[in-house]
Write a protein that binds this ligand. Structure first.
Ligand SMILES: C[S@@+](CC[C@H](N)C(=O)[O-])C[C@H]1O[C@@H](n2cnc3c(N)ncnc32)[C@H](O)[C@@H]1O
Length: 234
């Protein structure tokens, strides 16, 4: 990986990102599209799908999450930003309506104050040096409207299978995972109000487990889910 000073730039992975991702999650029984969409389905537990929200996909990569945001929030206006120009080029190839992608310097979000109803972030903070998290949170806070929501999805390092997948994934070579307690502490130190920390993905996605998947919604408190997310409000 071309190590940027402060964060991982995915330019070298952009072209094959989906294939690499699919391979790395193969043993879970689902593909990378599944993992992109499940997060947006989680948002539906908190948000009104028909609202004409202005949404920022921070660290959007190749735009796969934005694709599912558009599917589940058909009236939203969506912006995706990323430090990787190659990833933004891949995202633009998706030709999504109502979605605009652009690259930026990784520090200064290229939008004005109080513009967004919602900032969505997936699997980005573990690619940013932890000493910079507070600055990034400040920027995300700045671009959100009062009452705006911030959802930040991360891998759970407490789950041994997650650690195995991350350790073996080429684009996660330099990743430093965020412990849920650390994630909670940086939100507590910021100006955000922490609303929730929910754990997700407890069972493999193989057919055998399909019947049991609905029970997962009862487990969002249980700290061994493969991933988790925080919801915070400005
Ligand atoms: C694992 S990928 C996740 C992409 C996308 N969010 C998804 O879930 O499919 C991590 C992304 O974070 C981006 N990234 C790294 N540092 C960043 C920063 N400071 N600001 C925004 N994006 C960043 C990388 O370029 C890469 O596209």
């Amino acid at each position: 990986m071309t190590k940027n000073r402060d964060f991982d730039n995915f330019d070298e992975f952009a072209k094959d990102y989906r294939d690499t991702h699919d391979k790395s999650v193969e043993m879970s029984g689902a593909d990378s599209d599944y993992f992109s969409e499940y997060k947006i389905i989680e948002l539906l537990k908190h948000e009104d799908t028909l609202n004409p929200l202005k949404i920022l996909d921070f660290g959007c990569g190749d735009g796969n999450s934005s694709r599912y945001i558009l599917k589940h929030f058909p009236n939203a206006t969506i912006y995706g930003i990323d430090v990787s120009e190659e990833s933004i080029a891949q995202a633009n190839q998706k030709g999504l309506s109502n979605v605009a992608f652009k690259s930026f310097n990784g520090a200064d979000i290229p939008f004005g104050d109080n513009e967004f109803d919602l900032v969505f972030t997936s699997m980005v903070f573990h690619h940013i040096e932890h000493s910079l998290h507070q600055e990034i949170l400040k920027e995300i806070y700045r671009v959100l409207k009062i009452g705006g929501r911030f959802y930040n999805f991360e891998h759970n390092p407490n789950n041994p299978l997650t650690r195995k997948v991350v350790n073996e994934c080429p684009f996660d070579e330099d990743a430093v995972l965020l412990k849920p307690s650390y994630h909670k502490s940086i939100i507590d130190k910021s100006e955000f109000n922490l609303v929730k920390l929910n754990y997700t993905l407890f069972l493999p996605r193989h057919k055998l487990f399909k019947l049991f998947l609905p029970t997962e919604k009862l487990l969002s408190w249980c700290p061994i889910g493969a991933q988790y997310y925080i919801k915070a409000i400005k």
